[in-house]
Design a binder for this molecule. Structure first.
Ligand code: FAD
Length: 370
């Protein structure tokens, strides 16, 4: 009997995997509890580097709502500006991106069933049939991972984000990031312009802080940094969610595999999981195809994605551990020093949102060239 693949989760990552498998002629079905492709996607932001979008091959063009060429970092009384002469990232409408991914997966031949929630028993049953390969692409709180006893994720960030219209936005091409361990314990706050009048404000706090993300968000709004932007504006929505920080130690067990947020394939510095999740989905599609067509072991997936992206994700994790240990005073000093050494300009020119290793390489090469 031919093997088939069942994917739990029709987020961007599950759908990317489904598309890749269907293109390779693999029989693949995707299930999700949500009723439409876009449902739930607005809980997350959509800042995606242009280089990352291209390398991941995502169908992003119809979902672009803004273009970013810089960031302003805030801590206490200090700011650090990072500006590039070219576009660095897009803000995408996550609902539209998911719809495009679903359209492409279905066109390629994948079957997508919405409105079907898998319980622990359902996923255990789905993997009993050894002709079935089961993939958990079911997000940060993965039922597949817990049903099969995969190692847990070390840390989660709790988030709250809301959109405001009629906001006062001075420039719509830069994102503002706010670092304050008193308010955004272990993470940061953000203000992302969607247009010249609409802005997204959000905040993440480490789950270890044992605090409520909405309460922290209200403190963030109350501390005055956002007064000017939000004066006279109207809140149009608000969502709480969660981001996994740090990869699971195991992502493949027999015929059960994890990908995307379910595997923790997320940049710990920013919580961004779309680019690395999609790249890992491509690696998984190759491993499954090679297993079905050539009999190679599925465990190669684990080896391959860690070889390609593990070191980069680890570097994100180290950088996150470093910045989350700083108090506001230390951030202020860091920003002052960065200005003295021209780090803002350097990051604008050579910064890479996804691959800090490239940036460090360029930094040391620049030092050697001097
Ligand atoms: C506030 C916030 C801001 C973010 N900003 C960015 C950003 O700017 N850039 C970026 O790259 N990333 C960002 N992320 C991270 C990004 O959203 C995730 O990495 C990405 O959504 C992961 O995709 P996924 O397909 O793995 O999981 P998800 O998008 O979570 O999809 C999982 C799917 O599985 C389904 N599901 C779950 N359990 C079951 C079940 N038992 N049965 C059936 N279906 C199930 C869910 O309904 C869902 O549709 C942000 C996240 C948050 C919370």
């Amino acid at each position: 009997m031919d093997k088939h693949v069942t994917i739990i989760g029709a987020g961007v990552i599950g759908l990317t995997l489904a598309k890749e498998l269907a293109i390779n002629g693999i029989d693949v079905e995707v299930y999700d509890s949500k009723k439409t492709a876009s449902e739930g996607q607005a809980k997350a932001s959509g800042i995606l580097s242009i280089t990352g979008l291209k390398s991941a091959g995502l169908p992003y063009k119809k979902s672009i709502i803004n273009t970013l060429n810089g960031a302003v970092l805030h801590a206490g009384r200090e700011t650090l500006k990072i500006r590039s002469s070219t576009a660095m990232a897009y803000v995408v409408d996550r609902g539209l991106l998911a719809e495009s991914c679903m359209g492409i997966a279905k066109d390629a031949g994948a079957t997508v069933t919405l409105g079907k929630r898998f319980s622990k028993d359902d996923v255990l049953r789905a993997a009993e049939d050894k002709g079935n390969i089961l993939v958990g692409a079911d997000g940060a709180v993965s039922t597949v991972a817990s049903a099969f006893g995969f190692p847990s994720i070390d840390e989660y960030v709790l988030t709250y984000k809301a959109e405001y219209e009629r906001a006062n936005i001075d420039g719509k091409s830069a994102v503002n990031l706010f670092f304050s361990n008193e308010i955004s314990n272990g993470f940061f706050g953000w203000a992302v312009p969607h247009s010249s009048q609409r802005i997204e404000i959000g905040l993440g706090i480490s789950g270890r802080a044992r605090a409520n993300s909405y309460t922290a968000f209200k403190r963030f709004l109350g501390d005055g940094s956002l007064n000017y932007m939000l004066e006279g504006s109207r809140k149009v929505n608000g969502y709480a969610s969660v981001i996994p920080l740090g990869c699971r130690k195991v992502t493949a067990k027999g015929n059960v595999l994890l990908v995307g947020d379910a595997a923790g394939q997320v940049k710990s510095t920013t919580g961004g999981g779309i680019i690395f999740g999609s790249l890992c989905a491509k690696v998984l599609a190759r491993s499954i195809t090679n297993n079905i067509k050539r009999g190679s072991p599925l465990s190669l997936y684990e080896r391959e994605w860690r070889k390609k992206y593990g070191a980069e994700l680890k570097l994100h994790s180290i950088l996150h551990s470093y910045y989350s240990s700083l108090d506001t005073k230390s951030f202020e000093i860091l920003f002052k020093l960065s200005k003295m050494f021209g780090t803002g300009e350097f990051l604008g020119k050579y910064g890479d949102m996804d691959r800090p290793s490239l940036m460090l390489k360029r930094f040391f090469l620049r030092g050697l060239a001097k």
